[in-house]
Design a protein around this ligand. Structure first.
Ligand code: URA
Length: 187
């Protein structure tokens, strides 16, 4: 897909490829620096995101913001989005067909931003981007290189809210990202 930001946002807004749009109030396409070096991909909007039309603005979002700041960055420095752009009912996981319907949008966003590093937050983002065999506990913490882009899978911030012991390994993963980002030659 070779599109402009404007037409992509229009397409996401108008999308009815799956049933999620009927059950949500706002579409949450993503936000941040349109040419960011670093992109974060989560699962899908929750209640707060659905109300505000912005990604990661609830409790998990506050933690993600803190993690980005601990890396020496701000939310404005990075691009943040989700695998699905519409909130699944009752915060259930998005179904494979919903993910498949939404994936072209994520691909188009990635093509427009051209990030040099991507952080996958949690199992849904890991499976959507790296394939169905992805297991977050097994595969997190190691970069995967795809067409010159370094992809770091790690835990979802919501998992860290449920289990504090995941904070340390997640921070180790993010430090790897921070260090690789700092070592990148200028574009
Ligand atoms: N969880 C996600 O995966 N994405 C959000 O935007 C918020 C919570």
């Amino acid at each position: 897909m070779n599109v402009s930001w404007h037409s992509l946002m229009e397409d996401i807004e108008a999308c009815r490829r799956c049933g999620l749009r009927d059950g949500c109030s706002r579409v949450v396409p993503g936000e941040g620096r349109p040419d960011a070096d670093l992109m974060f991909i989560g699962e899908g909007p929750g209640a707060d995101e659905d109300r505000l039309g912005r990604p990661f603005v609830g409790r998990a979002g506050a933690l993600l913001t803190k993690m980005i700041e601990a890396m020496g960055l701000t939310r404005e420095d990075v691009y943040i989005c989700n695998v699905v752009k519409c909130r699944p009912p009752h915060n259930r996981q998005p179904q494979p067909e919903e993910i498949a319907a939404c994936l072209p949008f994520l691909r188009a966003q990635t093509a427009l931003v051209r990030p040099r590093l991507i952080v996958l937050l949690g199992a849904t983002a890991g499976r959507a981007v790296l394939g169905p065999d992805f297991r977050v506990t097994r595969d997190r913490g190691a970069f995967v290189e795809r067409r010159g882009v370094y992809i770091m899978p790690t835990y979802h911030p919501a998992a860290l809210l449920r289990d504090e012991s995941l904070k340390r390994p997640t921070w180790e993963d993010l430090k790897q990202v921070r260090d690789r980002l700092a070592a990148l030659p200028p574009r």
